[in-house]
Design a protein around this ligand. Sequence first.
Ligand code: SF4
Ligand code: SF4
Length: 82
Amino acid sequence: MALIITDECINCDVCEPECPNHAISQGDEIYQIDPARCTECVGHFAEPQCVQVCPVECIHKDPDREEDRATLYERYLNLTRQ
Ligand code: SF4
Ligand code: SF4
């Protein structure tokens, strides 16, 4: 599943440059993740990089966007083909 940033985000800017898929951007009030670009880092890293660096642990799996590893890997392939 794609990840989601909760309103506990403190806009520290640390996660955005760590995302290999350019899925993270500054939203109106807090940072946000584009679910069409988030692969949970599948294809790039063993662990979600944004989760690793977030100092307030406000990035979680989105229960409304459950996706299996094959789906995430297919997204990775599509994104890297562009
Ligand atoms: S899990 Fe990986 S791909 Fe998804 S937003 Fe975080 S850094 Fe980007
Ligand atoms: S690292 Fe966490 S607190 Fe910092 S901008 Fe990203 S989501 Fe927000």
